[in-house]
Design a protein around this ligand. Structure first.
Ligand SMILES: [Zn+2]
Length: 631
């Protein structure tokens, strides 16, 4: 889709030049731009593997041999291979990137007969990065023009002087349809390159126009410092675009990975073992200038799992060494959601996730402006563990002056404490929760234990109806397990009856299965049956669905999917698998619902849903254990 049309020459780089690139490249320097490396003894280095998810470092780099190797996933090679895998570059692009780094002029062989000569076109990534670098210069120069006055005023109004604007490469996209496009075309960038880079877009007339116009521009850099995109802020009232406009997804700009400021912050993040996640470009600038050099921000998207992966590698976050991640809130809905999502994304991160809420609902940029640098440092220093933050919000919803309110608050908060991965921390939170609720420790402890061990669906509403397939797909695992449960009820009611009847009809998904399950209930329930043809007839009579009636005949004779006689364990596993499918479906629905609720304006609803989610997840875990065969 985007790669086509971009000229990548087929020319081969001369072997001597490739050898020179290998020789002049220090592999540890290349890799440590992406992965924080520590000494592994014997002159070797280690870090968290960027190619697989791991807790303790098995990714090794040998500077002496100029190779890397991961004992976890088996990926290994030289610096060229590393860039190919880590940055998804071709071999040629990889060599070109390293050559540029080492200041080596590459020569290319067009074919075997021709003489080597410098190649006019480079690899795609290098071209797109070069186009961005030229665009940065262009926008930067525009910032000093008369038309850019609102942009300068915007920066000054937020406490950024000229030096700050220069440090972050701020610029101005001028008023005009194709000023940047023409400028870059004159510099030799092709139509396709500019479109692929996201800098220009085709107008209806077919001619190329600038993507960004009349906006304040922030260059967005990747972890190695290459500019890969822009963030653009609206300046004029008659600009009817969004407040912030970002580079679209391109071969080099992936918003789910991009963290604004990471290039400047990475060394401090690695050194301090912590990172501060803020909301916007101005917040990153304000934090860095206020001597919180570990600040980064996502660009036009919520903080997600890929961002965590990027940060964990920089933090060298492992079992031996835990990094800290601090989210700042200014009461902005997206930020709160993002932080709370850390619960779902990576449980290992929860214990190290902190929330810093500005007392006056100000973002770091506003805070610095109103109260100075110290206030920004103070905001970060006064961080609160995510668990405390979530607990506080949970119990604040209830009237703690009444017994009912306290009991309900305890019931809702207990699953949250039970969810804390670090078991040693639980007693501490039980005490804290009891204190906050004004209750004795014992009942709170019991509630947490109950939440940790027993499934507590606790008033969760039934999942909304989903579109259902027309015929039972016997090949889907869910359909298969529903079928198996129904066979048990029909063929082995004495054995399976009580466990079968305990699982609601709402846990079945397929409509025909639902009709059979309902017929079993209408026939008095499987636990009342003694089996045999009479029982089958009773269920068939109770079924008002023709497809259901036909299926009952089928299921009454189809062999069970177990060798030998079914036992209670088999029934238990089957019913747990059935419920697990249903619960995970409800969890999915709930997660998507939570996404749609504004945690600020609908705080109560938000945290109620959040509580439901936690107890459902608890339930799902218990079912998964049961389904695995533990009774
Ligand atoms: Zn690996």
């Amino acid at each position: 889709m985007y790669a086509e049309g971009v000229a990548v020459m087929a020319g081969r780089i001369r072997d001597e030049d490739i050898a020179l690139v290998r020789e002049r490249t220090a592999i540890a320097d290349v890799i440590s731009e992406v992965v924080t490396l520590k000494s592994a003894g014997g002159g070797n280095l280690k870090g968290l593997c960027p190619f697989h998810d791991e807790k303790s470092p098995s990714f090794n780099v040998s500077p002496a041999r100029n190779v890397f190797y991961c004992f976890g996933c088996g990926v290994g090679g030289d610096a060229i291979k590393f860039l190919m895998d880590a940055e998804h570059l071709s071999f040629v692009e990889s060599v070109e990137r390293l050559a540029a780094r080492a200041g080596i002029q590459l020569r290319y062989v067009e074919d075997d007969r021709s003489t080597p000569r410098p190649r006019p076109q480079q690899g795609q990534r290098q071209r797109l990065v070069a186009a961005h670098a030229a665009a940065v210069d262009f926008y930067r120069a525009q910032l000093t023009t008369a038309g850019a006055r609102p942009a300068r005023e915007f920066l000054a109004g937020r406490g950024f002087d000229r030096a700050a604007a220069e440090r972050y490469g701020c610029g101005f996209a001028p008023d005009g349809w194709d000023l940047l496009t023409k400028h870059l075309r004159q510099q030799g960038f092709t139509h396709d390159e500019l479109v692929t880079a996201g800098l220009s877009r085709p107008a209806r007339s077919g001619s190329l126009i600038d993507r960004f116009r009349r906006r304040l521009m922030w260059p967005i850099r990747d972890i190695t410092g290459d500019v890969i995109g822009f963030g653009a802020r609206k300046l004029f009232d008659d600009d009817d675009g969004p407040k912030y406009l970002n580079t679209p997804e391109t071969p080099i700009y992936k918003k789910s990975h991009v963290l604004y400021g990471i290039d400047q912050a990475k060394r401090e993040i690695a050194k301090q073992g912590k990172v501060v996640v803020v909301e916007g470009y101005t917040d990153v600038m304000a934090c860095h200038l206020a001597d919180v050099p570990t600040a980064v921000a996502t660009c036009g998207t919520a903080f997600g799992g890929d961002h965590i992966s990027v940060l964990r590698r920089v933090l060298f976050d492992s079992d031996e060494r835990a990094g800290e991640i601090i989210f700042t809130f200014d009461g902005d809905a997206a930020g709160q959601k993002a932080a709370l999502r850390a619960f779902e994304d990576d449980q290992r991160f929860v214990g190290r996730t902190f929330i810093a809420v500005s007392p006056d609902n100000m973002d770091p940029c506003e805070l610095r402006l109103a109260k100075g640098d110290l206030a920004v440092r103070d905001l970060v220093a006064r961080r609160e563990p995510l668990v405390d933050f979530a607990l506080r919000h949970m119990i604040n919803r209830f009237d703690l002056d009444t017994v009912d309110g306290r009991v309900e608050a305890m019931r809702r908060a207990a699953p949250l404490v039970a969810k804390i991965k670090d078991r040693e921390k639980r007693p501490e939170y039980v005490r804290k929760l009891a204190g906050d609720l004004g209750m004795e420790i014992e009942p709170v402890q019991r509630a947490v234990l109950a939440a940790a061990h027993g499934p507590q669906a606790g008033g969760a509403p039934a999942a909304p109806a989903r579109p259902r397939p027309a015929t039972p797909a016997v090949d889907s695992p869910r359909s298969m397990v529903e079928r198996e449960a129904l066979k048990l009820a029909l063929q082995e009611p004495v054995l399976a009856g009580p466990m079968f009847d305990a699982v609601e009809v709402t846990d079945y998904q397929h409509p025909v299965h639902v009709s059979v399950r309902a017929a079993v209930a209408a026939a008095g329930g499987a636990s009342t049956a003694t089996g045999g043809a009479v029982w089958i007839e009773r269920v068939r009579d109770a079924c008002d669905d023709l497809a259901g009636q036909a299926l009952i005949g089928e299921l009454a004779v189809e062999p069970l999917r177990i060798d030998g006689e079914p036992d209670p364990r088999y029934v238990s596993i089957t019913m747990a698998r059935l419920q697990w499918s249903s619960v995970t479906g409800r969890i999915r629905d709930l997660k998507s619902k939570i996404q749609r609720v504004n945690p600020v304006s609908n705080k109560d609803e938000y945290f109620a849903l959040f509580g439901e989610l936690l107890s459902l997840e608890q339930h799902a875990r218990a079912l998964r254990e049961q389904a695995a065969g533990g009774l």
